[in-house]
Ligand binder design. Structure first.
Ligand code: G4P
Length: 193
């Protein structure tokens, strides 16, 4: 995957040793060409898994998730961080997700209407850091009795414990770019990623 990596190198801003800002092609302004390549990578890796739905969490996961869902010709569902007044308790699955990066805990929900025990769900997100967002989404899938096909991540910060937390639950994690460290104000990739 060269384009995402190239854009991280050329346009990414290392904020500190833990945070990489990629607002001009993924987290704020979104580059469709980068999204197109991300979609191709996820489709190639997960194509034989029998995916029936792609799940993400708002906001930044939505772009790579809808592109991937379009390729699989399946619906994309995103977990909401605010509960619509139209969705009563008994009609939704919910879980709490703590963001270490933002130091907030959000109750996220999905309607029971859109996940069933027959679903095989691919979870997509922009960043993998501590893994809490993905673990929360996995919890929602399991509440529905559905199966997790795997987790697809655009940018994994491999120096944080997210991948390990997911692998401990036997989740297949595929990350397009894997960052070994952000030391010295520079992005250091894991070789081959
Ligand atoms: P985790 O889900 O892996 O545990 O990560 P963490 O709680 O630390 O991160 C929570 C939020 O911060 C997520 O966004 C995640 O995408 C974002 N994030 C984590 N590390 C970085 C980083 O190095 N750079 C940037 N730009 N974002 C990072 P979110 O709360 O879901 O918000 P949204 O941006 O999707 O709206």
């Amino acid at each position: 995957m060269s384009l995402l990596r190239d854009r991280i190198i050329n346009d990414g801003k290392v904020i500190d040793e833990k945070i990489l800002k990629i607002d001009n092609f993924l987290n704020h302004q979104i580059d469709p060409e980068v999204m197109h390549e991300i979609q191709q990578e996820f489709v190639q890796y997960f194509q034989d898994k029998g995916i029936t739905k792609v799940l993400t969490i708002e906001a930044s996961g939505i772009a790579p998730a809808i592109m991937t869902a379009a390729s699989f010709n399946v619906p994309m569902l995103f977990a909401k961080k605010t509960t619509p007044s139209t969705l009563k308790n008994e009609t939704r699955y919910s879980t709490d997700i703590h963001s270490f990066t933002k130091d907030i805990t959000s109750r996220v929900i999905i309607s029971k209407e859109y996940l069933s025990k027959d679903d095989c769900v691919l979870i997509i997100d922009d960043f993998l850091a501590n893994g809490n967002a993905s673990l929360g989404l996995i919890d929602l899938v399991r509440q529905a009795g559905a199966r997790v096909a795997g987790v697809g991540i655009c940018v994994e910060k491999s120096f944080q414990p997210g991948r390990q937390a997911l692998e401990e639950q036997d989740i297949d994690v595929y990350s397009i770019c894997r960052i070994a460290s952000l030391e010295g104000n520079q992005v250091h990739f894991i070789e081959g990623h």
